[in-house]
Structures are given as structure tokens and as C-alpha cells.
Write a protein that binds this ligand. Structure first.
Ligand code: GLC
Length: 480
């Protein structure tokens, strides 16, 4: 019998996204649908004002009804469109979602309480009760809680299995108990379920109520059992350890493909990497950097937040620039401290450094293609997609061994003349180790005999969804 899955999440590529969650929700459903024709895969997200006209003009209205949430009765429209074998639902309520950013609003708790209630109340309206509800991160956590706490008397809902995926445990959705009833529509009998550390914790509630909890790499699944990585939730996770597992993310191999990517100056592939040089020259021309073929280009593409390991970059970069003569390009924005550091460095090293303090997806792909070495020294990293994209575009990754970075990148060594590994890695959160491994990567790159062999090898590492989609399917089967 055909099995059905409803993905619930706050951002989905290409409709509206700010980070890795959007990448995953934009590519995993399609990969599942392609891997198993017996799966009916659907996705639901809010209809933000950021969702463009191009998509809106393709949508059809599925239902208009009133969502009950505590004492409020709220307008809800459900629109839909289909793309590559997946049906997408959009929850429309302009009061909540016609805002200028996806998150960071004063009433995010209420906005996502509405979204989660709407997702459950839309099911009879669109006549679709999935076999599995798969919720992602804290914004979708309440669907899992409501389903178990408030809908179990109705057999149509009681049959739905609940999967919750943690993309980043740092963001849990924490609120004062004061709004338990009025905003979240929970009563005192539900309080224990969502209570943690003196407040409402939505992620904790979902961990309690889910049949299975997954996270985005096996290593991160281990790490979040410890105080160091769990941002307080390790007690809860340890209690539920039997239902927690990690599955490594993949990336969209169609969107991220140097062989066909329309934004590159020249396309190339693992079997013919010469176009990569042209991509680097073209970026250097645009950034007004000298284009010496013997000078490697190091890149960082990241949110400029300290858990991304930027204090290590700050402490080691001058040494790397002096000692290797390499060039360095950073793309991203975030904390003022790092934005200022990189801008300052551009003045200090006018022929070597460019600070692009912005978000730009097309530009990011041009940088992945131009870069020889890609640095990602995160303090913690649930999965990380950039190291995979960098590999696909032939930039040698230098990463810290944490979370998904440790599961996807393995340190280079040679065995009987055979090159092993697919990057450079270091264990301790230490700027000396970052300096040393980055210089080692430059050393390998300067070895013109080994360089093309290694680049070809890293480009051929499989970071597609193929194997992970199969693991999700096995998980769903175990549940059903
Ligand atoms: C979050 C994590 C990142 C992960 C992404 C997709 O953004 O911080 O490591 O790759 O989610 O799961």
C-alpha cells in the first residue's frame, strides 16, 4: 500500500529559506519521492510574503477555514502546488506571515503555534491524513505535541506516526509558562510535557511526544547526549536515547552541479577540472584581485556567528596569509565583531583579502567554484552542507572534527602512494591546529602532481541524497 508522509517545517527551498533547514526541506522530499514511487510525499510551510509571485501564480486554493487556537478563531487559507513529484501546501494568514523576515519577530511563539495548529486542522479540510508526520526543528515541534496530547481520541489522527528532526539543538523555542494557555493552547495536564528548566520548551515537548527523534548526522546524535553540545537538553535525550538516531544530510545534486551550473564562468566536472581555473580567474577579475595561477584562493562562506568557529579564523588568518601568500575571500554576514574584522583585514591585505558582507546564493556558488581551499572550523555543526558543496565544486575542505563535519570529511593521508581521505581535519578547538591544517592543505595544493588527483577524488565523494533517502525510508517502514 502507498505510504504517505507530511513534512512540516518553517522554511523550504526554493520558496523561502534562510539556511540549511531550507536546503534540506527543499531537497529531501524530492529525493524520497524519486527513490520510492510508493511514497506519497507532501510538505507544508507558511505562506510568507517572501514567497515570490512566480510560485504564487502556480498555486491553487485547497481550503479556507477557521483555525481555533485557545480562545482565538483565526483565518487560514491552504494553497498548494506540485513540483517534481512532491505536493507543497502553504498556510496563509497575512497577519502572521506577511512580515519582512521569516523569523526573529516578537511573536514567533504565537506565529508557529498558529502554523502548527493549522497543519493539524487542515487535514480533514484537504482530506489528507498522512501515515507519518515528520516535523523539523522547534517551529514545527508543536505539531508533534498537539498530535499526541490533543488529537489521540480521533482515530484518523491517532494512526499518524510522529517523527521529529533536530537540525540545530541550539534553537529550542523557549517561552514563559505565562503564555501556556493563551498562546499555545495547552492546559495544565500538558504542562509537564513541554516544561524544561523553568519554562516552556517546544523542542523538549516534541522529543517527549515523538515516536522517533532524528538528527542530521550520526556524530551529532552522540554529541547531543552530552552537556557540552546539548544546550541543556541531554537529560531529556538520554531518557529517550532508544528512539534517537542520526542520518547524514545530502545536498541537491541538480542545483549544486559544476557541470551544468548556469552561474559559473565555465562549467567543469571531475573528469575535466580545467574550467575551475577559469572560474577562479573570473571571480578574481570581479573582485579586483591579482590572478596568479600559483596563488591559491581560500574561502569561507558562512553565517558570521561565533559557533561557526570564526574566532579561530580571526586568530590564525594573518599567519596563514603571511606564511602561504594565499588569497582569502569571505562571504556572509552576522556578528559585527567578525564583519569588522574581515573588513579591516581587507585594508591590511589589499591584494589578498576580500570581505563580501552579504548573502547571495549565486555568488556563493561562484566562490565554491573559484576556491581551492574551503575552511569550516565550527565549534559545533549538526551536519553542515557547505563542506559538501565545496567538495562537489572541487574546493579542498579544512574542517574541525565535529558533528556532520566529522562524518563527511576524513583527513588526507597516503597509503602506499594511494591518496586517502577527502580533506583536512583537526580535532581540538584550537587556532594553531586550524593554521597547521590550512597550511597543509595549501602544501598539497601546491604539489601540482597530487593536486588534480586529489581534487578529482573529493569531487567524486558521494554527498547526494541517495544513501540517506534510503535510510529515511527504512526508518518510516520500521514505524509503520
Ligand atoms: C542547521 C545546522 C546545519 C545543518 C542544517 C540542515 O542549519 O546548523 O549544520 O546542515 O541545519 O540540517
Amino acid at each position: 500500500m502507498k505510504k504517505s508522509i507530511l513534512f512540516v517545517g518553517a522554511e523550504v527551498m526554493p520558496f523561502a529559506a534562510t539556511g540549511g533547514l531550507g536546503d534540506v526541506l527543499g531537497s529531501l522530499p524530492t529525493a524520497l519521492a524519486a527513490a520510492d514511487r510508493e511514497l506519497d510525499v507532501r510538505v507544508v510551510m507558511p505562506l510568507y510574503s517572501a514567497v515570490g509571485e512566480k510560485f504564487r501564480s502556480e498555486m491553487k486554493t485547497e481550503a479556507v477555514f477557521t483555525v481555533g487556537l485557545a480562545w482565538r478563531q483565526l483565518y487560514c487559507g491552504v494553497l498548494s502546488l506540485e513540483k517534481a513529484g512532491v505536493k507543497y501546501y502553504f498556510i496563509d494568514n497575512e497577519y502572521y506571515f506577511a512580515r519582512d523576515t521569516l523569523y526573529g519577530q516578537y511573536d514567533d511563539g504565537e506565529r508557529y503555534a498558529f502554523f502548527c495548529s493549522a497543519v493539524l486542522q487542515m487535514m480533514p479540510q484537504v482530506n489528507f491524513f498522512p501515515d507519518i508526520l515528520h516535523a523539523h526543528d522547534w517551529q514545527a515541534a508543536m505539531t508533534v505535541v498537539y498530535l499526541r496530547q490533543q488529537y489521540s481520541a480521533d482515530p484518523r489522527y491517532a494512526a499518524i506516526r510522529r517523527v521529529f528532526t533536530i537540525h540545530n539543538i541550539e534553537y529550542q523555542g523557549q517561552y514563559d509558562f505565562y503564555i501556556l494557555g493563551d498562546v499555545f493552547s495547552l492546559d495544565n495536564k500538558d504542562k509537564e510535557t513541554v516544561a524544561y528548566d523553568g519554562c516552556i520548551n517546544l523542542m523538549k515537548g516534541a522529543i517527549e511526544c515523538a515516536d522517533l527523534v532524528t538528527t542530521v548526522s550520526p556524530r551529532y546524535a552522540d554529541e547531543i547526549m552530552s552537556p557540552e553540545y546539548s544546550h541543556g537538553l541531554y537529560h531529556v535525550l538520554r531518557r529517550h536515547a532508544g528512539k534517537v538516531c542520526g542520518i547524514l544530510n545530502g545536498i541537491d545534486y541538480v542545483y549544486y552541479d559544476p557541470e551544468t551550473d548556469p552561474v559559473l564562468a565555465k562549467n567543469y566536472s571531475a573528469s575535466s577540472i580545467t574550467g575551475k581555473r577559469e572560474c577562479r580567474s573570473s571571480l578574481r577579475r570581479d573582485l579586483n584581485l591579482p590572478d596568479d595561477p600559483g596563488t591559491p584562493l581560500i574561502a569561507v562562506i558562512s553565517r558570521l556567528a561565533s559557533h561557526k568557529g570564526l574566532d579561530l579564523v580571526e586568530a590564525s588568518l594573518r599567519g596563514i596569509l603571511w606564511d602561504t601568500g594565499a588569497q582569502f575571500v569571505v562571504l556572509g554576514k552576522g556578528e559585527a565583531r567578525y564583519e569588522n574584522f574581515f573588513r579591516g583585514l581587507e585594508h591590511e591585505f589589499p591584494d589578498q583579502v576580500r570581505a563580501l558582507i552579504t548573502y547571495d546564493r549565486d555568488l556563493s556558488k561562484r566562490i565554491y567554484a573559484a576556491a581551492d581551499i574551503f575552511v569550516m572550523p565550527s565549534k559545533s555543526e549538526p551536519c553542515g552542507l557547505s563542506q559538501m558543496i565545496a567538495s562537489r565544486y572541487g574546493a579542498i575542505p579544512v574542517v574541525r572534527e565535529t558533528g556532520g563535519l566529522a562524518d563527511s570529511i576524513h583527513g588526507y593521508w597516503e597509503n602506499d602512494g594511494k591518496m586517502m581521505g577527502n580533506g583536512f581535519t583537526f580535532a581540538n578547538y584550537d587556532s594553531g591546529e586550524l593554521y597547521e591544517r590550512t597550511c597543509a592543505a595549501v602544501g598539497l595544493w601546491r604539489d601540482t602532481r597530487r593536486r588534480p588527483r586529489f581534487i578529482k577524488k573529493i569531487m567524486q565523494t558521494d554527498f547526494s541524497w541517495n544513501s540517506s533517502a534510503k535510510q529515511y525510508i527504512a526508518l518510516y517502514e520500521r514505524l509503520a
